[in-house]
Design a protein around this ligand. Structure first.
Ligand code: EPZ
Length: 426
């Protein structure tokens, strides 16, 4: 099993290119099921999760041409040979569940495994199912599978989500593109990835307005066509490198960064005393901290445009070194503080009380062996390891490979002493 060895304590300096967004790519790829014409995605991140979804699409009959290492992925769902997404696949990667709506929209029926729980929370899919039902799908849950049918096609519906959900908004939007009539989504999520998906679907011939606001209207069309579409840059990856530079110190510029999508993160870094020069026209963010102490800053995770839950662990890693006490509230997922006890192994002073973590800044972290528990928690350990004195070994980094492309290479070009080794856990 691979692990990362990090010798911390030296500042980072250089430029890091931002990759395509995992959480956009996963929904964009699913969109290929809605058309019998080929689709080409550029800026596609090479990640365990995107490769995994490509395999699931192949089992459904999609022709996939995506050479190893290439950032261009061709998908052609001219003919589907299956409408079944098995447990083994959906369990491993939850976003696979989003094939349900598009399969029903395209073929009139589908059988897709329920994803089950996840390390960071229960993560139910009730909102996805309620929306599909409102659009006329007949749903049954049997032996852990959702069996859905809409023999005469889906129909437009007025859906008011009881909770803001990124996945349910995207899933319903995908399905509604081919429904008869208009679908209105209220209390929709406003994440930039939803706008990205809507742009791509509109390029394919869909009629979607309002994506990026809390009311989205989708006028169903007869058919969608193929297209070429660039995946938006990954705001979470960009935010992660920004926090790595802030924690370790130095001068790092992120190239191809989605500046407008990172407002909340940039504001919090500045509050913490980090110099951030964000240039929206040039798509760059420069992060500098040369000896300036970090100030403790409190925050609460929120749906976009609030501070993203996917950057909470990384921000906590930064706050372990701030002067003062920072209170971090997680409001999206019920079990997303698994990094706290691992950060404590490096000397961080964190007390978790329910959905709140009280982080008392310490003068210095010291390297130690730690264990990755989920994607964002893992990378928070990398950030802390870069800032700590001595060696940190991050075990179970398969979590990192799900969502960070060439992580150690990108950090390495900025002078980070970080190396992947295979072998036994430490
Ligand atoms: C997406 O998950 C992301 N995943 C997550 O990123 C991200 O943390 C999350 O959005 C919030 O921004 C992908 O895009 C693949 P939600 P998603 O539906 O869509 C509750 C990462 O690290 N809920 O917005 O699953 C849910 O339990 C991952 O890259 C219901 O109650 O998140 C949660 O409390 C982790 N019923 C809240 O809504 C439902 O049917 C928000 O979840 C659906 C969701």
């Amino acid at each position: 099993m691979d692990r990362l060895h990090i010798i911390g304590g030296s500042p980072l300096s250089g430029r890091i290119p931002v990759s395509g967004a995992k959480n956009s790519a996963l929904k964009l790829m699913v969109a290929c099921l809605l058309t019998d014409q080929p689709i080409e995605f550029t800026n596609m991140p090479n990640l365990a999760d995107t490769r995994f979804l490509a395999q699931l699409l192949e089992t459904l009959g999609v022709e996939v041409y995506w050479p190893r290492g290439s950032s261009t992925c061709h998908l052609n769902a001219a003919e589907l040979k299956s409408t079944i997404a098995p447990y083994e696949q959906v369990r491993k990667m939850r976003a696979s569940f989003n094939v349900l709506g598009p399969l029903v929209a395209r073929s009139g029926h589908a059988t897709v495994s329920l994803p089950g729980g996840c390390a960071i929370g229960a993560r139910p899919v009730d909102l996805h199912l309620q929306a599909l039902e409102a659009m006329g799908a007949d749903l049954r849950v049997e032996q852990g599978y959702v069996k859905a049918a809409a023999i005469h096609g889906l129909k437009g519906a007025h859906i008011n989500f009881s909770t803001v959900s990124v996945g349910a908004t995207e899933h319903t939007m995908l399905a509604a593109t081919l429904a008869k009539g208009e679908t209105i989504l209220e209390n929709a999520a406003r994440e930039p990835e939803i706008e990205d998906l809507a742009h791509c679907l509109n390029q394919m011939g869909a009629q979607i307005t309002g994506a990026g606001t809390s009311v989205i209207r989708i006028r169903g069309v007869e058919a969608l066509k193929g297209t070429t579409y660039p995946v938006m840059p990954d705001r979470i990856e960009a935010g992660t490198f920004a926090m790595a530079a802030a924690a370790a110190g130095g001068d790092v510029t992120l190239d191809g960064a989605p500046v407008a999508a990172l407002g909340a993160m940039i504001a919090k870094l500045r509050e913490a005393g980090v110099a951030v020069d964000a240039d929206e026209a040039a798509s760059t963010i420069r992060i500098r901290r040369n000896g300036t102490p970090l100030k403790a800053v409190s925050l609460s995770t929120q749906p976009h445009p609030g501070f993203p839950t996917d950057l909470q662990a990384q921000f906590m890693a930064l706050m372990t070194l701030a002067s003062g006490t920072s209170i971090i509230r997680e409001t999206i997922f019920e079990n997303r503080f698994m990094h706290a006890p691992e950060l404590a192994r490096l000397g961080a002073d964190i007390t978790v009380r329910g959905q709140e973590a009280v982080v008392k800044g310490v003068a210095q972290l010291t390297g130690a062996p730690v264990m990755a528990t989920d994607l964002r928690a893992s990378v928070s350990l990398v950030i802390a390891g870069l800032a700590a004195q001595g060696e940190t070994v991050v075990n179970r980094i398969y979590h990192l490979d799900r969502g960070f492309e060439r992580l150690e290479e990108k950090l390495g070009t900025c002078g980070a002493k970080i190396e992947r080794r295979s072998g036994e856990e430490e």
